[in-house]
Design a protein around this ligand. Structure first.
Ligand code: HEM
Length: 148
């Protein structure tokens, strides 16, 4: 792969990392604690649901770009395979969130069933928290792995 293509691929790769991992970091450490302390469930749950509705298309784009650029760069190193393995787990977790607890959350909110919605949002929160730390681990492996 020529150096210019590699430069383009790694830039898109890092854009995707920033959007996905940075978005989860912001949601978990900034948005959620404030929403929880200021808003009651009938306001907080739709807020979080609509925030996720706007965030998830960006995550889809990031996931597709991460895999596409990752294979495009095609570096045959052991740390890259570890990166791919963790990214695969993260991708499965995201796809699960998107197709199960997330539609359930929206359905519960349409029915104004806030206790049920709260349960689904709690599930999403735990999984996003897990994906956040897997993402941090992947960043460490992606940047520091080459020096080992
Ligand atoms: C959440 C998932 C991922 C994260 C957080 C991540 C993160 C990173 C980071 C931080 C770098 C280092 C960039 C640099 O320092 O220049 C990198 C490089 C790279 N990543 Fe990923 N990555 C992810 C997914 C993937 C996937 C799915 C693949 C393969 C299909 C992949 C393949 C690569 C390759 C080939 C490089 C270039 C390594 C080199 O310098 O030769 N990554 N990634």
């Amino acid at each position: 792969m020529s150096i210019i293509y590699f430069a383009i691929a790694i830039t898109l790769h890092i854009f995707s990392v920033v959007i996905w991992i940075g978005g989860m970091f912001f949601a978990h450490f900034a948005l959620r604690p404030v929403a929880t302390s200021l808003l009651d469930p009938p306001l907080r749950l739709p807020l979080m649901s609509q925030v996720l509705t706007r965030f998830f298309p960006w995550v889809w784009a990031s996931v597709v770009l991460l895999w596409a650029t990752g294979f495009w760069m095609n570096t045959d190193r052991i740390y890259i395979y570890i990166m791919m393995a963790i990214a695969a787990i993260m991708t499965i977790i995201f796809v699960y969130i998107f197709f199960l607890p997330f539609p359930n959350l929206k359905k519960a909110l349409t029915n104004k069933n806030f206790p049920e919605a709260g349960k689904h949002l709690a599930r999403i929160r735990h999984l996003i928290h897990l994906n956040l730390w897997l993402g941090v681990l992947t960043i460490i492996i992606g940047t520091a792995g080459r020096f080992i």
